[in-house]
Design a protein around this ligand. Structure first.
Ligand SMILES: *[C@@H]1O[C@H](CO)[C@@H](O)[C@H](O)[C@H]1NC(C)=O
Ligand SMILES: *[C@@H]1O[C@H](CO)[C@@H](O)[C@H](O)[C@H]1NC(C)=O
Ligand SMILES: *[C@@H]1O[C@H](CO)[C@@H](O)[C@H](O)[C@H]1NC(C)=O
Length: 451
């Protein structure tokens, strides 16, 4: 009896011991597997790593959209008390591309030639590339300088041995008609949406923090500074004069180059696309065109079957596109800042899109598209950015009462109308009820009289 008890108790203890050990080892094995899995996942997951070379992205390069800012320019609009507010210091005129700006774009053109030699013919052909600019002197001139670097004439294209340059068309339309690149075609719904944002309590609160700065800038510059954009313009004039080694007036020491003004100037770049709706109406048409062209190219429908599409535009264009793609890190896009949207097709014929941003002379890195990584299937890309792709831009830009009752606080009006309808219905049914009662009464009376 005793020995059996002993044995069973021993067995129990041993079982208990083994059980515990087993649990511990199982836990350890599980942890190891999870760790290993994680490590492997990070290794294999393209979202987790940033390849630094073109070649490391999967698929073959087929098409690129290039969106760049113009090069170095003179101030657009100097402030009233500006000591350098005189055309004699800026002989080429206000807001014009300078020789430095031409050189910068010529260099960028050469850089693009080198990067895209696999899809760009050595000789210019309108069936290979299309160039579109906003209708502004400095962007038109930037595009031309850029093309001088991109397509130096060779072979039969040399038309004058003394000029190492050939004419290449740059397309444009008036800004007021341009809903796509200049994005200045009228859009009342956009203006309304922007007003709504700027008069919102949150935005007013934000502006309040800069009130003292704005008041100081307004007083010293001789022109009211009320908004972030006003501050940005002033900062920009100071920035250019400083770049040209023109001594700035003493009052600027307190603000220029300091965090507060720099932040206000940078922040202004995010306002035009601050909400998804603003982004949709401002940058949406351009993104929609780009994605559509990618789709056409990938499915062999692009005609002519081009490989490069260039947009010559502004710092605001660069900021708006990046912000609509949720890739904008608050900053002032510098001269010749350049976005490249590249299309690759892999072995299984899947179109893949990568976005690069070159804002310095350093080699650009592919940006991490939210929820998709550095190489994003076109289908998924379109889904991710569906909220900023307008279905019918012109219709969405209209501001009708119907839109408002659907959209915003005019729910009040809708409720009013509803209550009115209910009241009318109630009155009508009440009137009907009385009418029938009377009729019944009338019908009833003769009977009672008969009785
Ligand atoms: C504002 O000035 C800072 C330098 O102080 C500069 O880095 C930034 O690019 C400027 N922004 C604009 C819009 O000019
Ligand atoms: C301004 O001064 C710096 C330093 O002396 C010089 O490198 C730069 O070329 C000057 N810029 C211009 C536009 O003259
Ligand atoms: C350049 O772009 C990167 C990536 O968007 C950003 O982090 C950085 O602030 C930009 N730098 C300048 C000088 O604009």
């Amino acid at each position: 009896m005793f020995s059996r008890w002993l044995i069973s108790s021993l067995a129990q203890k041993m079982w208990h011991y083994i059980h515990q050990r087993l649990l511990i080892s199982l836990t350890v094995i599980c942890l190891l597997l999870v760790g290993l899995g994680n490590a492997l996942h990070t290794y294999a997951n393209p979202e987790g790593q940033v390849p630094d070379m073109l070649a490391t992205l999967p698929g073959q390069l087929k098409f690129v959209h290039v969106i760049y800012r113009h090069g170095d320019r003179t101030p657009v609009d100097p402030y009233p008390t500006d000591p350098w507010n005189n055309r004699k210091y800026w002989p080429t005129g206000w807001g014009q591309l300078t020789n430095l700006g031409k050189q910068e774009h010529y260099e960028l053109g050469k850089w693009l030639r080198n990067r895209y030699s696999s899809i760009l013919n050595t000789r210019y052909s309108n069936e290979n590339i299309f160039v579109q600019s906003t209708d502004v002197d400095r962007t038109l001139m930037s595009a031309q300088s850029n093309l001088a670097g991109l397509f130096e004439p060779v072979g039969d294209d040399v038309w004058n041995p003394e000029i190492n340059w050939q004419p290449i068309p740059v397309h444009t339309i008036p800004e007021k008609d341009d809903a796509i690149l200049a994005a200045k075609a009228p859009c009342p719904a956009y203006d309304y949406e922007l007003d709504k944002l700027e008069s919102s309590p949150e935005f007013k609160e934000l502006t309040k923090h800069y009130q003292d700065l704005f008041a100081y800038l307004g007083e010293k510059s001789g022109r009211p500074v009320k908004t972030f954009t006003d501050a940005q313009y002033l900062n920009n004039t100071l920035f250019i004069e400083n770049l040209y080694n023109l001594t700035l007036p003493g009052w600027t020491d307190k603000v220029f180059g300091h965090e507060e003004l720099t932040y206000a100037a940078n922040f202004a770049f995010s306002i035009g696309t601050y909400t998804r709706k603003l982004a949709r109406l401002k940058a949406g048409p351009l993104l929609k065109d780009i994605f559509q062209r990618f789709d056409d190219k990938a499915s062999g429908r692009l005609d002519p079957d081009r490989s490069m599409w260039v947009y010559s535009a502004h710092d605001t264009t660069v900021a708006n596109v990046l912000n609509a793609l949720k890739l904008f890190e608050l900053h002032s896009p510098p001269y010749v800042a350049c976005i490249m949207l590249e299309l690759r097709v892999d072995n299984s014929n899947t179109p893949l899109v990568s976005v690069f941003y070159k804002n310095t002379t350093a080699e650009p890195q592919p940006l991490d598209i939210p929820g998709c990584g550095v190489s994003c299937p076109l289908k998924k890309l379109v889904k991710i950015y569906k909220d900023v792709l307008p279905m019918d831009w012109e219709r969405e830009c209209k501001r009708s009462t119907m839109m408002m009752t659907y959209e915003e606080a005019n729910l009040g009006a809708a409720t009013g109308i509803l209550i009115l309808i209910i009241l009318i219905l109630m009155c009508a049914s009440y009137a009907l009820m009385i009418y029938y009662r009377r009729r019944n009464y009338k019908i009833y009376t003769p009977y009672s009289q008969m009785a």
